[in-house]
Design a protein around this ligand. Structure first.
Ligand SMILES: [Mg+2]
Length: 226
């Protein structure tokens, strides 16, 4: 039986209308005078800190803690602004899925597993009224590597429940091959949703337990019974 559900954010819960990518570009431009420097980067499924490090390495900037903090502080400033300016949305089936999980006889803990830094995750989910849905989370502040973020989410879930958790008791829901890989890292099944940048067939090639168009297409009570 699933006791912990770990949701990715971008492309899984919400589409930010490009606010995240735009804010990242604005931080590069305004804090480091690098206009256009992020154009060639791929963002889906990546962690914020690994993206900053990749940008710094490609531009010959020292990836010091101070520079990373300056970048992320500037990013968060622009993120808040773009989230309100750009037309994002909650993705299909998300509200119903959260309500279904909450209504289960023994509801699992609903949690986040994301490559966003915590404050970025909060800004994005508050914008769409979803932040309060999540009891726990593991973020890019916790680790730069998504597989390690998954391990931290697993550990926090176990601490919250007060007992060890098997991977088979955890469900990871995400929209990219990175989500499928990090689920495998903790021995958890992955429900892949094609609401981000990948199709069902592309996701299926990475062998998730389920791959669906959106969260309307899956019977979560059955999945959570294990
Ligand atoms: Mg995603």
């Amino acid at each position: 039986m699933i006791r912990l559900v770990l949701f990715d954010i971008d492309g899984t819960l919400i589409a930010s209308g490009g606010a995240g990518v735009r804010a990242f570009a604005a931080a590069a431009e305004h804090a480091f005078a690098l206009p256009g420097a992020t154009r060639q980067m791929t963002f889906a499924g990546r962690t914020d800190v690994s993206l900053v490090r990749e940008l710094f390495l490609s531009q010959g900037i020292e990836p010091s803690a101070q520079n990373i903090t300056l970048f992320l502080t500037t990013y968060l400033h622009w993120l808040e602004r773009y989230l309100h300016e750009l037309p994002g949305r909650v993705l299909p089936g998300v509200s119903e899925a959260l309500a279904t999980i909450r209504a289960l006889p023994e509801p699992p803990v609903i949690s986040l597993l994301t490559g966003n830094v915590r404050r970025g995750a909060e800004l994005k989910l508050r914008r769409y009224g979803l932040w309060e849905e999540f009891v726990l989370g593991a973020f890019a502040d916790d680790h730069e590597d998504r597989n390690q973020i998954a391990a931290i989410a697993h550990q926090r879930g176990a601490e919250h429940l007060g007992r060890p958790l098997a991977g088979s008791e955890i469900l990871v829901i995400g929209d990219t091959p990175h989500d499928i890989t990090c689920a495998r890292h903790i021995g958890a099944p992955c429900l892949a949703v094609a609401t981000g940048g990948f199709t069902v067939d592309q996701l299926r090639a990475h062998d998730p337990a389920w791959a669906v168009e959106n969260l309307h297409q899956i019977d979560l009570p059955t999945v959570c019974r294990g």
